[in-house]
Design a binder for this molecule. Structure first.
Ligand SMILES: [Zn+2]
Length: 268
């Protein structure tokens, strides 16, 4: 995989991450621009540069480390079907995870996570699961701010991480994240719930074999029945990764490990 492990860049550069996709070119009809998910989105970084309160913004697919650490992340909840099962699996295995919550789902289902997040981290996944790459700065800020407040209200946490829905990253999202002091967190491995439909053991084997030190794994605790292949495979994933010597951390803990690794490896 040739993805950059960490992109710490000036905001203008961050905006350029998505700029090449649409630009001003006319899109061919097969592009499916109005059919999500689309690949990327337009970069709207220039609409209000006064929003920049931090000099740069981190975009993390994984972290650079030789330590056998991995961070599981669960998006889109809380939701009645899978969130309690995911929390049960994490609790049974003593594994911390990071939940990128949709604000309106948290407001609707805060009871599902109340008192159950002690070892876990909570990140911001927008209020309505909108495609933020298609929104201007003010609308992205509204999505993030409202969710930030909901996370504070219902979990008592101050979120420091955000993940854009669909992984669609536009310039307005980079600016909004910078304004809020968030790191943007994407992922370096993910569940393949269609490929391994009805075969949790195969899904688990894939993850156990694929994970590398510093990986961030994308999973979901909301959605349709396809999620079951992940939910039912979690115990085997945790067991198999432990056998490989991995330990489990939240994304913020992973970032701290990566930062330590870099400074230790860099000659003064
Ligand atoms: Zn999502």
């Amino acid at each position: 995989m040739n993805r950059r492990t960490l992109l710490r860049t000036a905001l203008a550069g961050a905006a350029g991450v998505a700029a090449g996709v649409a630009g001003t070119r006319e899109l061919p009809s097969w592009f499916g621009w109005d059919q999500p998910p689309v690949r990327g989105g337009y970069a709207a970084a220039a609409d209000d540069l006064t929003a920049i309160k931090h000099a740069d913004v981190a975009i993390r697919y994984r972290v650079e480390t030789t330590e056998p650490v991995v961070a599981f992340t669960f998006d889109d909840g809380p939701a009645p079907q899978w969130t309690p099962m995911v929390l049960d699996a994490l609790e049974a295995a003593g594994v911390p995870a990071t939940f990128f919550m949709v604000g309106q789902n948290l407001a609707d289902h805060a009871d599902l996570v109340r008192g159950r997040l002690a070892r876990h981290e909570v990140g911001n996944h927008s209020w309505s699961h909108a495609d933020l790459a298609t929104l201007d700065l003010q609308d992205v800020c509204d999505e993030l701010d409202r969710t930030h407040e909901a996370i504070k209200q219902y979990t008592g946490r101050t979120a420091t991480l955000m993940r854009p829905p669909f992984g669609h990253l536009g310039g307005s999202t980079a600016l909004a994240a910078a304004r809020a002091g968030y790191d943007i967190v994407l992922w370096s491995e993910e569940m393949h719930e269609i490929r391994y439909k009805n075969d949790p053991a195969a899904q688990a084997r894939f993850i156990v074999d694929a994970v590398k030190p510093g990986d961030i794994i994308l999973a979901h605790d909301a959605g349709d029945d396809r999620r079951l292949v992940t939910v039912h495979g979690l115990a085997a994933m945790f067991d198999g990764l432990r056998r490989r010597g991995f330990r489990f951390v939240t994304v913020s803990e992973l970032i701290a490990v990566g930062a330590g690794g870099r400074s230790a490896a860099t000659p003064l």
